[in-house]
Design a protein around this ligand. Structure first.
Ligand SMILES: O=c1ccn([C@@H]2O[C@H](COP(=O)(O)OP(=O)(O)O[C@H]3O[C@H](CO)[C@@H](O)[C@H](O)[C@H]3O)[C@@H](O)[C@H]2O)c(=O)[nH]1
Ligand SMILES: [Mn+2]
Length: 741
């Protein structure tokens, strides 16, 4: 990104603006009142510690007090992310005006790993959407990394490179969106102008033809010889190749700089398009997505070497053809741009239902928390939808001195080397042995050793002095596919919470690694996420202890008439109201908020808890890090239920046993508590010494209504199998026998 030094930088209006959220003063006062409430709760627990003669047991009291102390501390962390919320807005017209001719090269990395879970058609939809950016094609390099080493995926990419010749001129001429053909053609035609309709029909037919060719290859599971003859790339595959054992494959499908190269039907150039499948061998660590990103960084440096890199998961199509320009406003801003290492967009999805049944798009997190971390210069890197400065991704420390080294021209060597030479040279860079005894995965590229390579990499980049930014535009820049079953959603959260907790427990712990390098607020902000797994314990305590104590007539909370009841009620009420308001102003619905509360309860008691256990296992060396891929396809029957917002259980996962047990224990206690207390004391019983526990059970029961339904009423494939019901009834009976002391 060469800067023209003749320009009077200081006089130029900035390319982006940063606004700090207003009314933070009032919020701080409100926070303070909650804080006082929390302290009072702690104080109550301390002062009223049961004496030997008291009805309440010491251990239960201790457990619940510990849970409350942890909740309070966690709440403090969440407030760190709310102290300085900032919003960014780029000015892309200024960018075009000032830099149009000298805009930098941009490389786009798309990662895929499995042709079944991530169907090739889905992958090329993403590829085609980024190929059609409103950006000079010569300046775009698109790379697909295929960790599945699948001939089918490669074939789909070959087809896409052909289809692009028709697709790109069509979308650019008519300015249609979204530029992902699968999504675009699944919608109604958006104009009745004859010329357009004509062209639309032609392109759609081409798309349908391509789709059926790809679909039938996928259905066959192999590529016919007739197809194989059409591209030399297929020669790379032989019968010995498996997903986990194969040589490096690099195929440059479109060489965007070759004068005799490939042009679209209007005679315009097409972006460079490269297929990569890094070498895999038994006995070598492949490091999941981080490994593939690092291979991409090296291979692309040999071919296009763009100073800016956009990285996307294979299901994240580009929904805004101008997204590159928005992002460049940050990097090219004369005053602040130099220190910006990456521009992260929130992870949005195309298949979210109105009330987001699995809470896949946590609105307040996107709108407030991540923006709050940005305020501390600690924007999280969340793995996809992120523009990077190649330098910062390659391990460089930020310094003001050597800031003018970036280039915006195609690597000189590239122009004199043939495609074959380039392919040969880059293959070596994707070999297993290449990284041996190097700093890759440690100080260079994405960091290895964690299933959440993104968060830890972002943290190390910040610790090297860079200041990433978070940008949350109204028009979603990228749209992915969110899990549509509870199982998949919970497994995903298990991977995340496990990976996050591993970071906390490693040399990369923000308090250690970030000490003196990032702000304290940022370190605390990171912990909101890194501590998900251990925070399953206080929640588990809170869903079981009050309920079981109620069953055993052991009181845990102050009487309603006591003054001590006030802090409990206030902290709970104020926090609930606050989270509801935050979600509503961030665009959620009341039902969406309620669904989020249910998902929090479920995740914390299942995914996070299992993650905690597995982390301990790993620390003891009993198991290895794994990466369970998130499925991106759903069958018809399931899709209808998803669209109707009915939770899909449909397996007998142990996680469901926990969910069902919690639901049953609390229902039982609530019924017992209400009957017993009303029977003895009438209305006074309802507002007596057990009120607090009845409220806790009541809330858990109401969050679990869909669980009872799935356990008892539903008969569809998504209901909870009766084996789960039986197991949880057994556990419930045992739990009820535990003495509460
Ligand atoms: O060995 C692997 C495993 C995964 N992937 C790719 O990584 C991406 C993310 O995998 P997915 O199964 O979709 O996981 P998600 O939970 O949806 O991913 C989120 O969480 C990951 C970290 O756990 C981040 O890497 C992702 O960017 C982020 O979207 C996909 O494109 C995969 O193809 C690889 O390339 N190689
Ligand atoms: Mn994903």
């Amino acid at each position: 990104m060469a800067r023209n030094d003749d320009r009077e930088d200081v006089l130029l209006p900035p390319l982006f603006e940063t606004r700090t959220a207003k009314r933070r003063g009032a919020y701080k006062i409100f926070c303070f009142t909650i804080f006082v409430g929390i302290i009072s709760v702690w104080l109550y627990r301390f002062i009223h510690f049961p004496s030997a003669a008291a009805a309440a047991g010491k251990s239960t009291w201790l457990t619940i007090s510990a849970a409350e102390v942890l909740f309070g501390l966690y709440w403090i962390f969440t407030q760190a992310a709310r102290l300085k919320v900032v919003y960014r807005s780029p000015f892309k017209h200024r960018l075009s005006h000032r830099y149009e001719e000298e805009l930098p090269l941009v490389d786009v990395f798309v990662c895929t790993a499995d042709p079944t879970l991530e169907p090739p058609l889905l992958v090329i939809d993403t590829i085609l959407s980024v190929m059609s950016y409103n950006y000079t094609p010569e300046k775009l390099g698109i790379y697909l990394s295929d960790d599945g080493c699948s001939e089918l995926t490669f074939y789909a990419l070959v087809e896409a490179s052909e289809f692009a010749k028709r697709w790109i001129p069509f979308v650019k001429k008519h300015n249609v969106e979204p530029r992902a053909p699968r999504v675009y053609f699944s919608r109604e035609i958006d104009s009745d102008e004859p010329d357009f309709v004509h062209e639309w029909t032609i392109v759609k037919d081409l798309y349908e033809d391509m789709k059926s060719r790809i679909d039938s290859s996928v259905a066959n599971g192999f590529i016919t010889d007739e197809i194989k003859d059409k591209h030399k790339g297929f020669l790379e595959w032989n019968s010995n190749i498996t997903k986990n054992d194969h040589h490096s494959i690099v195929q440059i499908l479109i060489n965007g700089w070759d004068p005799q190269g490939i042009f679209d039907v209007d005679g315009n150039r097409l972006p460079t398009l490269v297929y990569l499948s890094r070498e895999k061998r038994r006995g070598w660590q492949h490091n999941f997505k981080a490994g593939s990103m690092n291979a991409l960084i090296r291979v692309s440096s040999e071919i296009t070497n763009a100073p800016i890199i956009l990285n996307l998961d294979c299901d994240m199509y580009s929904n805004d053809p101008d997204a590159i320009r928005d992002a460049l406003c940050f990097f090219l801003d004369e005053n602040q741009g130099q220190q910006i290492s990456y521009v992260q967009y929130p992870q949005r999805f195309s298949n979210i239902t109105k009330n987001d049944i699995y809470a896949n798009e946590p609105r307040a997190t996107f709108q407030i928390e991540l923006a709050g971390l940005d305020g501390f210069g600690a924007t999280l890197f969340i793995g996809t939808g992120c523009f990077h400065r190649r330098e910062s991704l390659s391990g460089k420390k930020f310094s003001y001195e050597d800031r003018k080294i970036e280039s915006n021209s195609v690597k000189e060597t590239k122009k004199i080397r043939s495609v074959e030479e380039l392919e040969l040279a880059s293959k070596t860079l994707a070999n297993c042995s290449y990284e041996k005894d190097t700093l890759w995965g440690k100080e260079m590229g994405l960091v290895y050793g964690y299933p959440v390579e993104d968060i830890v990499t972002g943290l190390t980049i910040q610790c090297r002095g860079w200041k990433p930014v978070y940008y949350n535009p109204t028009k979603h820049a990228f749209l992915g596919i969110a899990p549509t079953t509870l199982d998949v959603a919970l497994v995903q959260f298990k991977r995340w919470s496990e990976g996050l907790f591993q970071i906390f427990f490693s040399e990369h712990c923000p308090f250690i690694h970030g000490f003196g390098k990032i702000k304290l607020g940022a370190q605390m902000g990171y912990c909101i996420y890194l501590l998900w797994a251990p925070f399953s314990l206080p929640i588990l305590a809170y869903v079981f202890v009050p309920a079981l104590c109620l069953l055993h007539d052991v009181p845990l909370f102050p009487k309603v008439s006591s003054l001590w009841f006030v802090p409990f009620a206030y902290v709970f009420g104020a926090r609930t109201a606050c989270s509801l308001i935050e979600d509503l102003i961030s665009g959620s619905t009341v039902k969406g908020w309620w669904n989020l509360q249910r998902m929090w309860l479920i995740r914390r008691t299942t995914s996070y808890f299992f993650a905690l256990i597995d982390t301990i296992y790993k620390k003891l060396g009993l198991s290895e890090t794994s990466f369970v891929l998130t499925g991106k396809v759903a069958d018809e029957d399931l899709r209808t239920r998803y669209e109707d917002e009915i939770i899909e259980f449909g397996s007998s996962s142990v996680m469901y046993v926990i969910i069902a047990t919690i639901a049953i224990v609390n229902l039982l206690s609530l019924v017992y508590g209400v009957f017993k207390n009303v029977a003895f004391f009438g209305f006074d019983g309802l507002i007596g010494v057990f009120t607090g526990q009845m409220i806790v059970c009541g809330i858990i029961v109401s969050l679990n209504l869909p669980v009872y339904e799935a356990l008892l009423l539903r008969r569809d494939k998504g209901s909870i199998p009766s084996s789960v019901l039986v197991k949880s009834l057994v556990i419930t009976s045992l739990a009820c026998l535990i003495p509460m002391f």
